[in-house]
Design a protein around this ligand. Structure first.
Ligand code: IMP
Ligand code: MG
Length: 178
């Protein structure tokens, strides 16, 4: 797997440090509240595990899926959203946890879906923000790192379902795509 790594752009140490800072910020901003963390599967799974443990507050963790197709989903624009409906969004302080904000299409749909259910508040926390490729006018409230305009993998992010388990974020060699 590692023979396909071209360059590590965010090291394990840098990510760990930044996640602690974000967690401290969220702990301060949500003091006295019990936020509901909603992770966008599957890319969020590593970031969510780390950020949740760096937030020193009582918080609930739930997951949602967002994709272009799939069974048992609700369509919201071109993005299909799936979730188990055994939790309430109404009146809750929602923090959406994403791996990367790229075109913004996915998160725009998700934010609309959640807003329709009358939360008390809704914020977006993303590990990576790739502003160069934005199609929808959307901003994240909490950002780990600004990502260069490159396809990246690792720390939850995949290429064809691989590389999610790399402990860092990296750019792949062109050979990895062939
Ligand atoms: P958006 O809807 O274009 O903002 O993209 C959302 C999804 O595309 C992310 O949650 C990722 O799953 C995927 N994605 C976008 N850029 C990358 C990347 O550089 N590497 C891996 N996945 C990406
Ligand atoms: Mg993906």
């Amino acid at each position: 797997m590692k023979e396909f790594i071209e360059e590590i752009i965010f090291s394990q140490e840098a990510i760990s440090q930044r996640v602690k800072e974000l967690g401290a910020q969220l702990t301060e901003d949500y003091a006295g509240k019990s936020p509901l963390l909603i992770g966008v599967l599957k890319g969020c799974f590593v970031f969510l595990a780390d950020i949740a443990r760096s937030i020193d507050l009582n918080c609930e963790v739930r997951f949602i899926t967002a994709s272009s197709y799939g069974a048992g989903t609700i369509t919201s624009g071109d993005v299909k959203i799936g979730m188990d409906f055994d939790f309430k969004i109404t009146g809750r302080d929602i923090i959406i946890i994403e791996d990367i904000l790229d075109s913004g299409v996915t998160l725009t749909a998700l934010k609309g879906f959640i807003s329709d259910r009358a939360p008390a508040s809704i914020k977006i926390c993303t590990l990576l923000d790739k502003p160069a490729r934005r199609k929808a006018p959307l901003y994240a409230d909490y950002i780990g790192f600004e990502c260069p305009d490159e396809f990246v993998v690792g720390y939850g992010l995949d290429y064809a379902e691989n590389y999610r388990n790399l402990p860092y974020v990296a750019i792949l060699k062109p050979e990895a795509y062939s």
